[in-house]
Design a protein around this ligand. Structure first.
Ligand SMILES: Cc1ncc(C[n+]2csc(CCOP(=O)(O)OP(=O)(O)O)c2C)c(N)n1
Length: 642
């Protein structure tokens, strides 16, 4: 490596000549390939943005000038150039670099990210603050074409054009989201590209015609006005004229000198916002003969020569996501009112299978979780049965839409929350630890969580047949390996399942914590402690009858959930006991995630930290028995009050 070893900050990069930058980019790209082939990561996304990172840090005086990256999954080159090269191999590992951006990781990470479409709003806020403070730095947001179509980014565009503050937006247009980009904006960007080709063609044709002796000039003028008319119709008119942005582009996003020129030109625009439109190829340089950029958005470790990912050595049960996709296809076969939605995560949610099988009844709405929910509500008004599959963490975006548009109107919408719980390497922006708390506090919705993938099938059927709002949460990763060959069956809403009976204490587990609770109970039994284990199935409505009868019989009750404790499942149980004046006679221990940021790392490690595994539940139960087990429980009759 001729340059990279000596680049420990962007200031080192800026000492080089423009002519050397392409080689720097090549070295950065190779470094990403070498590192990601060992540890995995957002390989394809980052490979596509290498030249953009080099050009931005060259042109802008970072960190004084502010670079704001959208999502941050494509920012590995930015990390390498900003002093984190030698830590890149720790990315997404416990204690290592974040896979996204964090203000506390580097002064060059001006705004934390992980969820999409935030960069323009944040950058605009910085630009306005700069103006108010009378300072003079540049603010440049980098955003992908798919994230640009997200609601927030559109709202920011709207305000930026109106405020006329100095702001540079570098658009990383690779025509891809994780899957191919969808939507009218994507088509619009395509038309801009076509129009520019017309422009070039126009120049070429114009030149050729002019050389025809005698009539050349005349013909050239005619051709020019014709081509201009076409070009004017499709050029970035809406963005430039109507929304108040200037436009520079398009530029080859893998040509560093060209990018440097475009960004320098953007810096000179001082009377409002400007978009620099860069065309890039996702996964550029990925050593894969199939050029499957869709699959290589993010990768596990792979062979750096062939690009082929290493296959897991053991055969695992299908993932919850796979079982969900398959079950959706079965249910849609039976009921043609069911339609399916994903917000830019077709493969992540299993909706890809549904899109293949029912292209007319499945929708990828792009990075637009809010829209997905209200769009579903509209379809439900007309008698369809939408199932929106959205990661728990991304559904946070659509909180008000769930409340205002779905629950308040009691509409028949099912929400399938994948990746509920601790997701691991993607870290705090991606853990799905809040959905119980943010969904439980409003009437009408049914909330459930299956103990395994078989019960998930039953719950999906139950949700689609329930005539109002219903949501189910299930974890990331493989199922429990149970038999899923029988057709799904409806389960009774609000009814828990008693899995074993014991005299000494009760464990009420929700969703992913049911199997660990059973294992803990097995171990307690060996110690002579009898534990009742309840699979709660529902947090709303709670099975008040079952829980109150437990409180009559048991002095110690443990609740266990893979969720934040605040407002979670245990809180719901506590509220029920409180409303029934049963809290005094019961020792209630709520097990879940403490009120703190859960960083990134192996999910097992975090689950162990919060006692959310068989060992933890066993230890908590033993401890509670030591402390309270000898005291006699005064049985009392409890009647459920709402
Ligand atoms: C709110 C939200 N929804 C979904 C995602 C998942 N996600 C991460 S990157 C990505 C695609 C982004 O596409 P684009 O902005 O075009 O950038 P590219 O990956 O193509 O560089 C998606 C959907 C997310 N991070 N945030």
């Amino acid at each position: 490596m001729r340059f990279l070893e000596d680049i420990n900050s962007p200031a080192d990069l800026r000492k080089l000549r423009v002519d050397d930058l392409q080689e720097v980019a090549d070295e950065v790209r190779q470094f990403i390939i070498d590192t990601c082939s060992r540890v995995g990561g957002h390989t394809g996304a980052s490979l596509g943005a290498v030249e953009l990172a080099v050009a931005m840090h060259y042109v802008f005086d970072t960190p004084g000038d502010r670079l704001v990256w959208d999502v941050g999954h494509q920012a590995y080159a930015h990390k390498i150039l900003t002093g984190r090269r030698d830590q890149l191999h720790t990315i997404k590992q416990p204690g290592g670099l974040s896979g996204f951006l964090r203000r506390d990781e580097s002064e060059y990470d001006t705004f934390g990210a992980g969820h999409a479409s935030t960069s323009l709003s944040a950058a605009l806020g910085m630009a306005i603050a700069r103006d108010r403070k009378g300072e003079d730095f540049h603010v440049c947001a980098l955003i992908g074409d798919s994230s640009l179509a997200g609601g927030m980014a559109m709202e920011a565009l709207n305000q930026a054009g109106h405020l006329k503050s100095r702001l540079i937006v570098l658009l990383n247009d690779n025509e891809m989201s994780i899957a191919p980009a969808v939507g009218a904006l994507s088509r619009y960007l395509g038309r801009i590209k076509e129009a520019q080709s017309y422009h070039q063609l126009k120049e070429e044709i114009g030149g050729a015609l002019e050389s025809v002796p005698g009539i050349g000039e005349h013909l050239r003028r005619a051709a020019k006005s014709f081509k201009d008319a076409i070009a004017a119709a499709v050029l970035p008119g809406a963005l430039v004229n109507e929304l108040g942005f200037k436009y520079i582009g398009y530029v080859d996003g893998h040509n560093v000198p060209m990018l440097v020129r475009a960004l320098e030109a953007a810096k000179r625009i001082d009377d409002g916002p400007v978009i620099v439109h860069a065309l890039t190829t996702k996964g550029k340089g990925f050593p894969n003969p199939e050029k499957n950029y869709y699959a290589y958005h993010a990768t596990g470790p792979f062979d750096p020569e062939t690009g082929l990912q290493y296959k897991p050595s053991k055969v695992s049960p299908p993932t919850y996501t796979e079982v969900f996709g398959r079950t959706m296809c079965e249910l849609m076969e039976r009921d043609n009112r069911i339609v399916a939605l994903t917000a830019a995560m077709p493969d992540g949610t299993g909706i890809d299978k549904v899109l293949e099988k029912f292209p007319e009844r499945a929708f990828d709405v792009g990075i637009a979780e809010q829209h997905a929910i209200t769009f579903s509500a509209g379809m439900a008004c007309e008698g369809l049965k939408p199932v929106a599959a959205i990661y728990s963490t991304f559904l946070q975006r659509a909180f008000d839409q769930v409340i205002h548009d779905v629950c308040l109107q009691n509409l028949d919408v099912t929400i399938a929350m994948d990746r509920a719980g601790i997701v691991g390497a993607d870290g705090p922006t991606h853990h799905g630890l809040l959905d119980i708390a943010y969904l439980r506090g409003y009437p009408n919705i049914v909330l459930m969580a299956p103990k395994d993938e078989g019960e998930m099938r039953d719950m999906l059927l139950t949700a689609t047949e329930y005539p109002g709002p219903a949501a189910l949460r299930y974890p990331r990763g493989n199922g429990m390996g149970v038999d899923i060959s029988r057709p799904p069956e409806k389960i009774e809403i609000g009814k828990a399942e008693t899995l074993r009976d014991g005299d000494d204490l009760a464990i009420i587990a929700y969703g992913s914590m049911v199997y660990p609770a059973i294992q803990a109970a097995d171990r307690l039994e060996k110690d002579g402690i009898g534990a009742t284990v309840i699979n709660a199935r529902f947090v709303k409505p709670l099975d008040a009858g079952t829980i109150l009868s437990l409180a009559e019989r048991h002095r110690i009750i443990l609740t266990v959930e893979e969720s934040y404790l605040a407002g979670g499942f245990g809180s719901a149980v506590m509220e029920l006991l409180e409303a029934n004046e049963a809290l005094e006679s019961v020792v209630l221990h709520r097990m879940g995630v403490a009120d703190e940021i859960v960083t990134h790392g192996d999910p097992k490690m975090f689950l162990a930290k919060y006692g959310l595994n068989a060992d933890g539940i066993y230890a908590k139960a033993k401890n509670a028995m030591t402390k309270h087990g000898s005291k006699r429980h005064k049985p009392q009759r409890l009647k459920a009050v709402k």
